[in-house]
Design a binder for this molecule. Sequence first.
Ligand code: ADP
Ligand code: MG
Length: 731
Amino acid sequence: MSSLRFKAVEEAHKKKAIVVEAPSALPSEYFGCNVFNRSTMSQYLSKEALTAVQDAVDNEVPLDRSVADEVAAGMKRWAIEKGATHYTHWFQPLTDGTAEKHDSFIDYVNGPGEKIIETFPGKLLAQQEPDASSFPSGGIRSTFEARGYTAWDPSSPAFIFDDTLVIPTIFISYTGESLDMKAPLLKALHAINEAATAVCKYFDPKVKRVTSYLGWEQEYFLVDEGLYATRPDLALTGRTLIGHESAKNQQLEDHYFGAVPTRVVAYMKDLEFVAYKYGIPLKTRHNEVAPNQFELAPLYGEANLSNDQNLLVMSLMKKVARRHGFRLLLHEKPYAGINGSGKHNNWSLGTDTGVGLLTPGKTPAENLQFITFLVNTLMAVHKHNGLLRASITTANNAHRLGANEAPPSIMSVFLGAHISDVLDKIEISTSEEAIVMHDKKILKLDIPHIPEVLLDNTDRNRTSPFAFTGNRFELRGVGSSANCASSLIVLNSIVAAQLKEFKTEVDKKIANGLSKEQAIFEVIKSYIKISKPIRFDGNGYSEEWKAEALKRGLDCESSIPEIYKRYTSPESIEMFKTVGVLSEKELYARNEVKWDIYAKKIQIEARVLGDICLNHIIPVVTKYQSLLLDNVVKIFKVYPADKAEKLSSMNKTLVEEIAERICTIKSNVDAMTQARKAAHQLSGEYEKAKAYHDTVFPYFNKIRYDVDKLELIVDNQMWTLPKYRELLFIR
Ligand code: ADP
Ligand code: MG
């Protein structure tokens, strides 16, 4: 009898919602109270220091060291008043997630002695050298020369987490290469600002700055912590490696947008309360398609800050979940057979004059600008579709992409009927007057007391990996556990490079005597023709699309280790160089890290799966088989042979099925282990990753197949691991 599983299930059923005392204040009253934001800074810094910080953030003016001293002193005073004793440089290593090392504020007053003080000089704010030598660097930092520096990013405000003042930083090597996700993101944001501002000046010379925005939608699963604790695969790999589908899962679609379960509502409220204190503007919460799957989304914001907030919210979600007796699953595919989790990245560009560059305008001039940015985005995604795909590819996300629930693994762009129509017209017309956008249509309802409904300029397509949604693009393939920076680095870089090229072409035509409008129009027209293959409004899940995409010359590679090579193709190297975001050396180094992580994830999963089979499945199943055999023997003792033959036949068949399946499982596990050991021996990160992908990974589903069949025939009471119906439906 599997007491552990039954006890966990019993406990989970008993759990009640933990209602956290509702705050009596409105969110607007405590929003950002844990953040050293501009209004807090104004209370702790001199006017000059505040202006210097604002100038650094808004106009990219370098900060003086003396200002850093004053900011650090102000930060320390604020942090200590809020109960902080430590500070940390918070950075984003190449492993996803964030890293930190805490130091206390104390120091000797006058060298070693009895007296200490709390101090935080500007140099500690500005820069540090954590001995983070075991973070992957792809060979840029060999450990004997392991200098890596973290440097303060003033554009993302410091905050207090527990008793620690947390300072967002970049992480770079002694020789200046990026060792993290934030440094190249900041470079990409700088590149798009420059390139887009230059293009904006065709339309409005007053534009000084273009900001790239991000609005993420974070999907996740919750599972009762007791059940989680009894599943070694969940605990060690973040996903279930075995488990038969529950009879009922998401087929009725009754979970999607349904009433949120009470225990989960309590969790969400608690999370929102905490997130608001960190200035994270959470706006939306709802059930997702799969049972026990949910989503939250904030108001969108400047990309670098919004991404930091996403990383912080993932930590907060994990922490708050524990308070409510849940474990948070951010894995892209925790359960087979039902939807996995993603993180849609809504992306747009806006000027400091308040114009959304991906928002259709009211006048023909505004629309020429809108079409310019839209078509350049199309061109960029068309040219670099394989690279954009690579930026969202991970071992975890691979389970989700390409399955019929998430964007297909092939990049394409959805524009909707209306915008497609406008582009088609431009393609065949001879002057920019062709750019006529319809006003928003009004939907008249025959229900008198309901106001008319304004229709958006685009319809929806949930099967498209990159969809235009009226005033922004939605990149839908990003994994739920990913650092959004990975795809934002690529997206902003490719569009920046494209805008630069566009400007060169337009300027050439103007120099040859064309009017500005004509020149822009001609270049756009040619881009619409070239980028046509990337436009696809149909069903991205269909088999026909795969064949069609191949015909169109889109990148259809499906092997993960191979996909990463898109980062080091000559076109990618050139593109990243043009915009100054990543050097060839950095690109190669980062790929080494990606292959290494991939290989290690498959290695861990293979080990866990082997353990589960040998320690859980086979012993339990063998015991059950013995019971059956025992029963057969007893039947023969009690009944005459011919009758016993009949009465025992079902159990004999079961005994044989079990024997066969156990043998298959055992031989597959042995073969997998051998393949794993062989892969491990290889030198070269790519070779290793490829071997894990080609020779180890294929065993996972084979092994799982027989285990899941056994789950259906073995006595429910004997099965040790919580089943899908328990993991998914207890809440
Ligand atoms: P849906 O699931 O229908 O796409 P949600 O409300 O769940 O919509 O999420 C919409 C997301 O888009 C939010 O994160 C929001 O902040 C973001 N968003 C809205 N407008 C913009 C914009 N102009 N630029 C970037 N992100 C945006
Ligand atoms: Mg969405």
